[in-house]
Design a protein around this ligand. Structure first.
Ligand SMILES: C[S@@+](CC[C@H](N)C(=O)[O-])C[C@H]1O[C@@H](n2cnc3c(N)ncnc32)[C@H](O)[C@@H]1O
Length: 351
């Protein structure tokens, strides 16, 4: 994700998505098995990025836990890749003008201990049995590694051959198994795991619209000779969109090594309205729509495009041109690239 606060500034889609399952967080926090006082209660969010949504989500959990245990120490871990902009997360957390789970406009809340961990959530990250409440929002769709397949005509496996689609599905299944397995070690019995990821339902795939938009903008730059065709044809987003069945398969399927580790409390696929679509419908303001949608796309895709579409000899400003094309296309064709935020979510209890 983009650093320097860019991700946070352009993540209202992600915030709306997290808020959609806020009631799940409260329900689970009211139920979760807690350690005896004064042992600390561990909370962890996996894939926290710059922290705006991660801090808000942890806030929902802390609010509910405080109704049950007014003074018990609570340790909150925000985890992400070592390349993540954790400085921005600390800036958010300590912002004296903010009120969050850690402080209220500079006045510390009692017995709250935040920290961060840098590492991949496809491996072990936290002490065994140390977590009572684990969350992950819009992160586990990112694959641990890109399958060795080519889809030269598009930037996502979605339009690839059956072999390419199967390779992505296989990698995604392995990754999800690893994610659940490592969390099952870190979670104490009775602990809760809420996972929500961009996915698919019977009719749509999340990122319908977004993929086409980015693909078309890249193709424009290839046509005008600014972007290398071979790099473009090799590029693939390392992202997979699961169905609800795929999200639950490791937990439910006979023969799965973690089948007895979790009980499914709740699982759903749903579409979350994207704020910029709603605003366009309300105001008809195309330019505000193009600006907001471009910012959202850029916060997610820019670092990957910069790393993979540009060679060492290329002018870095090509990436800015690419997102100018994204904005122009949205202004020209506001109905062509409608983003559909299809999400799949599961709330599990560690048995
Ligand atoms: C779209 S952002 C979501 C951020 C935040 N959860 C939210 O809802 O706004 C996805 C995050 O997942 C992180 N991520 C991707 N793969 C990861 C991995 N293997 N281990 C840890 N974090 C990962 C990315 O670095 C990024 O910060």
């Amino acid at each position: 994700m983009q650093g320097g606060g860019e991700y946070d500034r352009h993540s209202s889609v992600q915030q709306t998505t997290m808020e959609c399952v806020a009631s799940w967080l409260h329900e689970a926090a009211a139920r979760v098995a807690l350690p005896d006082e004064p042992m600390p209660i561990g909370i962890a969010d996996f894939g926290c990025s710059e922290g705006r949504n991660s801090i808000l989500a942890a806030g929902h959990v802390v609010t509910e836990l405080r109704r049950r245990r007014a003074m018990q120490p609570i340790c909150i871990v925000h985890a992400d890749l070592p390349t993540n902009d954790f400085n921005q997360l600390f800036a958010n957390l300590h912002d004296p003008n903010a009120s969050n789970y850690f402080h209220d406009h500079g006045n510390a809340r009692p017995h709250i201990f935040p920290s961060v961990v840098g590492g991949s959530f496809y491996g072990p990250l936290l002490l065994p049995g140390s977590v009572r409440f684990a969350t992950s929002f819009l992160a586990v769709e990112w694959l641990d590694r890109l399958p060795d397949v080519r889809v030269p005509e598009f930037i996502s496996y979605i339009r690839g051959s059956t072999a390419a689609q199967n390779a992505f599905a296989h990698q995604a299944a392995q990754d999800l198994m690893a994610f659940y397995k490592h969390r099952s070690v870190e979670l104490a019995p009775g602990g809760q795991l809420l996972i929500i990821i961009p996915g698919r339902n019977d009719t749509r795939v999340c990122s319908d619209g977004l993929n086409e938009l980015l693909n078309d903008a890249c193709a424009d730059l290839v046509e005008s000779g600014r972007l290398d065709r071979d790099r473009f044809e090799r590029f693939l987003f390392p992202v997979y969109f699961r169905s609800l069945e795929e999200l639950l398969a490791p937990v439910l399927e006979a023969g799965s090594p973690i089948r007895k580790c979790y009980r499914v409390e709740r699982a759903e696929a749903f579409e979350v309205p994207a704020p910029f679509n709603e605003e366009l419908r309300r105001t008809g303001d195309r330019s505000a729509y193009a600006e907001a949608y471009t910012g959202f796309a850029r916060a997610i895709a820019e670092p990957l495009f910069r790393a993979q579409l540009l060679g060492p000899e290329d002018d870095p400003s090509i990436i800015a041109m690419l997102f100018d094309r994204v904005r122009e296309r949205l202004l020209e064709y506001p109905d062509r690239y409608v983003f559909h935020n299809i999400e799949v979510a599961a709330l599990l209890t560690r048995t």
